[in-house]
Ligand binder design. Sequence first.
Ligand SMILES: Cc1cc2nc3c(=O)[nH]c(=O)nc-3n(C[C@H](O)[C@H](O)[C@H](O)COP(=O)(O)OP(=O)(O)OC[C@H]3O[C@@H](n4cnc5c(N)ncnc54)[C@H](O)[C@@H]3O)c2cc1C
Length: 417
Amino acid sequence: MKVKTEALVIGGGAIGVCCAYYLWKKGVRVTLLEKDEIAAGSSYGNAGLVVPSHFIPLASPEALRKGLKWMFAPQSPFYIKPRFDLDLISWIWKFCQFANKRHVNDVAPLLYELGEVSRFLYEELVQLEGMQFGFDKKGLLLLYKEEGAQSIHAEAQIANELGVPIELLDIRQIKELEPNLKMEVTGGLYYPQDAHLNPADFVCNLASFLAEQGVIFHKNTEVVGFENSDGTISQVHTTKGHFIADQVILASGSWSPGIVKSIPLKIPIQPAKGYSVTIKPAKKIMSTPLLLREAKVAITPLGERLRFAGTLELAGMDSSINQQRVQAILHAVPGYLPEFASENLAHAKIWAGLRPCTPDGLPYLGRAENISNLIVAAGHAMVGISLAPVTGLLVAQIFLNKKPAIDLHPLRVGRFS
Ligand SMILES: Cc1cc2nc3c(=O)[nH]c(=O)nc-3n(C[C@H](O)[C@H](O)[C@H](O)COP(=O)(O)OP(=O)(O)OC[C@H]3O[C@@H](n4cnc5c(N)ncnc54)[C@H](O)[C@@H]3O)c2cc1C
C-alpha cells in the first residue's frame, strides 16, 4: 500500500491530534499514524492540568537540589533506576548545565506565554466546536507545609515579576475556597487562571471530531523508518505500508528519538515515568485541583472521580507499574489530606505514562535543520496537555511557512546537535 497526503502526523497523543486539528483548520489534507490506539501514550491518564502557572522548567535549581537528594531512594518523588546508559548519562550531564537560575529567568516568560495562549485556545475549542472534555477553569491550589514556605515565596516572587495572577492564601482563605477539605498544611498559593480537563476525553473526542471532518487516522500503524533523499523524507515506512507526504510532523512523545534514529537528527529525550491513581470517592470533596508542593503530587477532580498523579522516574522506555513508586504517591497524600488514608486509595485504577523530557525542560518545536520537510513537535515533559493547542497552532504556521506568532528560537530542533 502507498498513501499520499499533504501532512503526515506521527503520533496520536495530545500533541499529534492538536497538530492535526490546526492543520485541518487551515485546509491542509492530514493523515495521522498511531502505532496503537489514540491516546495510548502519556496523554491518557495524566493529571489533566492546563497550567500556564508551570512556567518553571524541569531543568531548575530546585529540581537539581532535590533530585540529588532523592535520586536513588525508591519511594521519593524522583528516582533514577541505576543502570549504565550512555544516552541517560549524556542527558543528565546536559540537564545539569541548564538547572540554574539564569536558565529559569530566561525561559519562564516564554513558557508562561505558551501556557496562556494554550489555555485561551482550549476555551476557544470548547466554544467553537462545542466539544466536551471536562474543561473547567477552577484555578490551581498549591498546598505547602512549613518546609516549603521559602520556595513558595520564591515562586510567588517570579510569578509577580512575570505578571502571573496569584493569591497567597492562609488556612482560613483555603477553607473558604474548599470548605469540605480537611488539611494539615501551612498555607497555599492559588493560581486563578489555571484550568483542568479529562485528558483521555480531550484527545479521543478531538480525534473523533477530526475523523468526521475527513482527517484520516491509521491506528495500529507503526512508523518503522524513513527514506531520506538528499535531505527530504521521500517515504515513511510503516507496519501497514508506505506513506508519501509533502511534510511530516513528528509528534511521538518519548518515542520520538527512537523513530528518527535512521536520519541525521539528534533530539535527546528521556522518558520520565509517572503514575496516576484514580478513585471514585463516596462524596464530592473538592472542585479545585491541588498540588501537594513538597510531595509533588497533583490531585485533579474529574467529574465524580479524583485523580492523584505524581513521581518522576528515569527508568528508560518501560511503562510497567512499579508498586513501590505508586506507594510513594499513596503515602504522601494523607500527610496533607488526612481523610485519604493510603489503604482507601489502594483499590484504585493505576496508570503509568512516560513524560517526554528534554535536557533543558523545553519542547522541540520547529523544522528539523537538515531535513527540509520534517517538523518536530515533541518533548513537552510535564506540560504536554497544557501546551498541546498552542503547539498545534504553531505547527500549522510552520507548515504554511508563516512566521510563528511566538519567537520559537529557544525551542529550535537542532539545539543539541
Ligand atoms: C503522571 C503524569 C501526569 C501528568 N500531568 C500532566 C498535567 O497535569 N498537565 C500537563 O500539561 N501534562 C501532564 N503530563 C505530561 C503529559 O502527559 C505529556 O507531556 C503529554 O501527554 C505528551 O503528549 P505527546 O502527544 O507528546 O505524547 P504521547 O501522549 O505519549 O503520544 C505519543 C504517541 O505516539 C505514538 N507512537 C510512538 N511511536 C510511534 C510510531 N513508531 N509510530 C506511530 N505512532 C507512534 C504513541 O503510541 C503515542 O500514542 C503528565 C504526565 C504524567 C506521566
